[in-house]
Structure formats: C-alpha cells, structure tokens
Design a protein. Structure first.
Length: 152
C-alpha cells in the first residue's frame, strides 16, 4: 500500500523526518480510517504555498497544509481510489512547532493526518464537524505515539 503514496519534494528546506516516515503516517491514517487509497504529498516552499493559497482560497499568505481532493470522472475505474493531493510547507511547520512548543516530528504527523482526513471528506468549518475531525486526529496520532495536539 505504501506504493500508493507519492511524495514530491519541491523545497530545499531540510526535513525532520524521512520520506518513508511520511509514507508510513499517510498509510497509517488510511488504515485507521479503514480505507485504501492513492494520494500525493507535495512538500513546498513558502512561495509556492502562498501562491496556491492565494489561487485557491484568495488568501495571500503561506499556510501549513492544503488538501485538494481528486475529481476523477466516474467512468474511470481505478484499482485503488485516487483521493487527491496534500500540500505541506515544511517552513511553516517548523515555525509553528516552535510557537506551539511541540516536537517538530509530532507536528508533522499531526498536519499530515489533518490533510489526509480532509481528502477523506472531513472538515472543520462547523463546530460539530471540527469535533469529529479532531477526535479522529487524536486517536490516529495516539496510534503513532504522538500526544494530543490540542492539549496545551
């Protein structure tokens, strides 16, 4: 199943975790949620993240993660569903982990989990949906031996 996770590196920022760990976390989220899927994880610099955030959300600043669900026509049959792309900005994650006083690798696991859950249809616009999404994140992260990111 790890072959269904494509990781693209489009940043020169050094990564605190290796590609295999990133794939393991993504597969772990999918398994925890009881699904098999194909997705791409793209690691970008702040300039690319800002451009994407502006183009798709009309917000002219960088962000930690964006998720772009795939829109595969029904007539195309795939062995494994293609669910989309998770875009992560390592520079933002590094700043946030310092600000939140959280271990950087733990923050990576959280943000990756968050992005994959978005591709699986979870959101946090409504408070009730946010609670469900956070409950999933907490349980998944616990399975990765990562503390609850919402406890301070």
């Amino acid at each position: 199943m790890r072959d269904n996770i494509d990781v693209q590196i489009a940043t020169e920022t050094s990564l605190p975790v290796d590609i295999e760990q990133i794939k393991d976390w993504a597969v772990g989220v999918l398994k925890f949620m009881g699904t098999e899927a194909e997705l791409t994880i793209r690691l970008v610099d702040e300039a690319e993240m800002t451009a994407l955030n502006y183009q798709y959300r009309n917000i002219n600043k960088s962000t930690n993660v964006l998720a772009f669900p795939a829109n595969v026509p029904e007539m195309i049959q795939l062995e494994v569903p293609l669910i989309g792309d998770v875009i992560i900005c390592p520079e933002v994650l590094e700043k946030e982990s310092k600000s939140y006083e959280k271990p950087l690798a733990d923050h990576w696991a959280h943000i990756l989990t968050h992005g994959v859950l978005h591709l699986l249809g979870y959101d946090h616009i409504k408070e009730s949906d946010e609670k469900v999404m956070q409950e999933h994140e907490i349980k998944i992260l616990k399975s990765f031996a990562v503390d609850n990111p919402y406890e301070h």
